[in-house]
Design a protein around this ligand. Structure first.
Ligand code: 3HC
Length: 313
């Protein structure tokens, strides 16, 4: 294809993005657009399945059958979210095996938040409330993404996330109505997860190498900083309502701006965790790879069945 033809295709592509059209798998797209989507969508999928690990550890330790059922349903949902997102990523011409190899060899990232330990039952509440709460804010914006399969996957995922966030918040409401020890457990969980939850939205817009282009391609509809601010503005009143204190002495409502001012995020900690030096990075990857290897027989059986039934793999 000549340079002029490619130039013409790029102009048509940009016009489609400008008209808010959805780009579908079989449509022409710039290679960089495709690569950026494989990067973000696969890391999103990796985050979903790694995110199952901290919560999975608490299913057998849930305090009541109701809590156990809710947590079981949530963890199962996360697996489904990973499935939707891997399937959506595969429409861009990469295989599941390639994607998982990138995760297992450390070539691909997953959300930093899952590299922190979940050490008490209150962490299950805090993860649902803050982590899924942050994910909802991020994912509602992604429902308007330009790539059709990603945007549609988000619509389904967001519906399930709101149950995740609510069941987490309800755990904390219950603890904050309990004994002093239970209140202290809830506050301790918030103290440990507040700042890492703000880091989920990524580096500042000024530091982000991808945000500007992702906004142009309407992969991102809001920037990292905007989403982070939206999360803080929405979450602080929820904490205050149940008597929890946000661990940020600089947090203050800015009447003029209509937002909360907040303290400085520890970006050294963020990059340390992203680079693999967080509290649980090694453990999470070890458990994840073992789960994949131990599940080989299931994949073999499913493939053998598919072959026998002549079902296309
Ligand atoms: N954890 C790990 N890596 C992160 C990160 C985080 N919290 N935030 C940013 N990074 C990485 C980026 O991946 C990028 O590295 P790369 O070039 O190797 O991919 C680098 O830091 C620069 O960051 P940018 O902000 O420029 O990168 P992006 O434009 O990709 O923005 C993002 C980062 C905001 C996380 C964006 O990728 C995004 O919105 N992803 C989709 C949502 C998502 O993945 N959420 C993760 C949580 S999912 C979840 O919580 C599920 C729930 O059900 C529990």
């Amino acid at each position: 294809m000549s340079e002029e033809q490619i130039k013409e295709l790029e102009i048509q592509f940009e016009a489609r993005i400008a008209r808010d059209e959805k780009i579908e798998p079989k449509d022409w797209m710039p290679e960089k657009y495709r690569q950026t989507h494989i990067r973000q969508m696969s890391q999103h999928a990796h985050s979903e399945i790694i995110g199952m690990l901290p919560e999975g550890n608490w299913i057998t330790r849930a305090p009541t059958l109701r809590r156990k059922v809710a947590l079981l349903a949530k963890v199962q949902d996360e697996a489904g979210h990973g499935l939707y997102l891997y399937s959506a990523t595969e429409t861009l011409g990469i295989t599941r095996d390639e994607l998982l190899e990138q995760l297992h060899t450390g070539k691909a990232k997953y959300s930093s938040i899952f590299n922190y330990p979940a050490i008490s039952w209150a962490d299950m509440g805090t993860i649902g409330w803050l982590v899924d709460g942050a994910a909802i804010i991020n994912q509602v914006a992604l429902c308007g993404a330009s790539y059709g399969p990603y945007a549609r996957a988000m619509v389904r995922i967001c519906k399930e996330e709101s149950f995740h966030q609510r069941q987490g918040y309800e755990i904390l409401v219950t603890l904050m109505k309990g004994t002093q020890e239970q209140k202290d457990m809830a506050q301790d969980a918030l103290n440990r997860f507040w700042w890492p939850s703000l880091m989920m939205f990524g580096p500042t817009d000024a530091e982000s190498p991808h945000t500007a282009q992702s906004m142009k391609w309407k992969l991102k509809r809001k920037t990292n900083d905007d989403l982070r601010q939206q999360f803080i503005d929405q979450t602080v009143p929820q904490a205050e309502l149940i008597g929890l204190t946000i661990p940020d002495s600089d947090l203050k409502w800015n009447k003029e701006m209509g937002h909360y001012d907040f303290g400085e995020i520890d970006w050294d900690e963020f990059w340390q965790v992203v680079k693999g030096h967080g509290p649980c990075n090694k453990e999470r990857m070890k458990v994840r790879i073992a789960a994949h290897e131990n599940g080989q027989w299931v994949r073999d059986a499913a493939m053998a069945y598919a072959e026998k039934q002549q079902i296309p793999a």
